[in-house]
Design a protein around this ligand. Structure first.
Ligand SMILES: [Zn+2]
Length: 225
């Protein structure tokens, strides 16, 4: 059942599987490129029931089995290299469902072990996350729209919606913690905003004579009493 394999150009991704959930491809875009596919996700063509291999770009029902046999990459290394969680399934949902049904029928998988698959990443998995990721795997970042490509677009959209550079509270409200920005790009919030062509938010010192934002002015007055 895993014999079907098509070259990269033969199929286009329509969906992406992240954290075991199938999303329309555009729902989680943009992506960070990784190998022949995207970091922290499995590109998926739902109609064909095929997943794109990060290593060689071909389309297959189980990249785990395929990459081990054709590309010489073990499932463990595959997940690590392409930002996937250690527990992420490397085959299509239907292939996985068939596999799991077979396993249940043969009663090889104890009840407790079955439940392990539906849980989130363990602490150990988080430790395996790569790079400057503030402890999140690339896959988890994609789930939360916090990959390096998505954050830039989201902050830009926030700025457009607001008509000004987003502030700390704006970012937190949108679920983008400023610490994540720092960890992702290695930039201060100020430099990150500059990199997007946005004017950084500044708080002027009272001595400069510039008017302070209302709330800051309040604290300065209270402190000065
Ligand atoms: Zn391959």
């Amino acid at each position: 059942m895993n014999g079907l394999k098509l070259p990269a150009h033969a199929v286009k991704p329509t969906h992406v599987i992240i954290g075991g959930i199938v999303f329309p491809w555009a729902a989680k875009a943009p992506y960070v490129a990784s190998g022949h596919s995207v970091l922290g996700g499995l590109e998926y063509n739902e109609a064909e029931g095929l997943i794109k291999c990060h290593v060689c770009g071909c389309w297959t029902r189980s990249v785990g089995k395929h990459a081990a046999a054709a590309d010489g990459v073990s499932p463990r290394d595959y997940r690590r290299d392409y930002g996937l969680r250690n527990t992420t399934s490397l085959c299509t949902p239907s292939t996985r469902a068939r596999y799991r049904a077979n396993v249940r029928i043969s009663a090889l998988l104890p009840e407790a072990k079955k439940h392990r698959f539906v849980k989130g990443p363990s602490l150990q998995n988080r430790k395996h996350a790569t790079g400057k990721d503030a402890g999140l795997s690339a896959e988890t970042r994609n789930l939360r729209m916090l990959c390096a490509a998505q954050i830039r677009v989201r902050v830009t959209n926030l700025a457009i919606a607001k008509g000004a550079t987003p502030t700390h509270p704006d970012l937190k409200l949108a679920g983008i913690h400023p610490a994540v920005i720092k960890a992702t790009y290695g930039l201060s919030l100020r430099d990150f905003m500059k990199s997007l062509g946005l004017t950084p938010n500044t708080v002027k010192s009272p001595r400069s004579g510039e008017p302070l934002p209302k709330n800051v002015g309040h604290y300065v007055r209270v402190a000065g009493q």
